[in-house]
Design a protein around this ligand. Structure first.
Ligand SMILES: [Zn+2]
Length: 125
């Protein structure tokens, strides 16, 4: 059994949490000391590290995140982490498109109101 511990923090405003990744053959477990870090929950600290992202890792073992990435690829959670990262990217893209659509709808509605105001003035003069 192999184990790696990371000190993680999403931002300076957040307290530091300890993420523990354990590899036992092809079984990988990840725990975190944050409120969403226990069994039955999922937290960003663990997902980030499992996805091979060291952005939240503080301390001197940032390079160990690469070792976790290797563990994940050969574990039971590898496919799910890859799917999650993919789904998150797709969600971000769709949200971005939705924001553009909302802006376009508002712009078109503004134009309709402006023309209606002008028309009301024109037909009443
Ligand atoms: Zn956490």
């Amino acid at each position: 059994m192999k184990e790696l511990k990371f000190l993680a923090q999403e931002s300076n405003a957040e307290p530091q949490h300890t993420v523990t990744i354990t590899k036992d053959k092809n079984n990988l477990t990840a725990r975190c000391t944050c409120p969403r870090g226990g069994v039955g929950h999922i937290c960003r600290h663990r997902i980030s590290i499992l996805a091979g992202n060291s952005r939240m890792v503080i301390g001197d073992n940032v390079a160990d995140v690469k070792r976790v990435e290797d563990w994940v690829v050969w574990s039971d959670v590898g496919v799910l982490i890859a799917r999650l990262v993919d789904a998150q990217k797709r969600l971000q893209a769709v949200k971005s498109e939705a924001e553009k659509s909302t802006a376009a709808v508002n712009e078109a509605a503004d134009e309709v109101r402006t023309v209606q105001r002008l028309l009301v003035r024109a037909i009443n003069d």
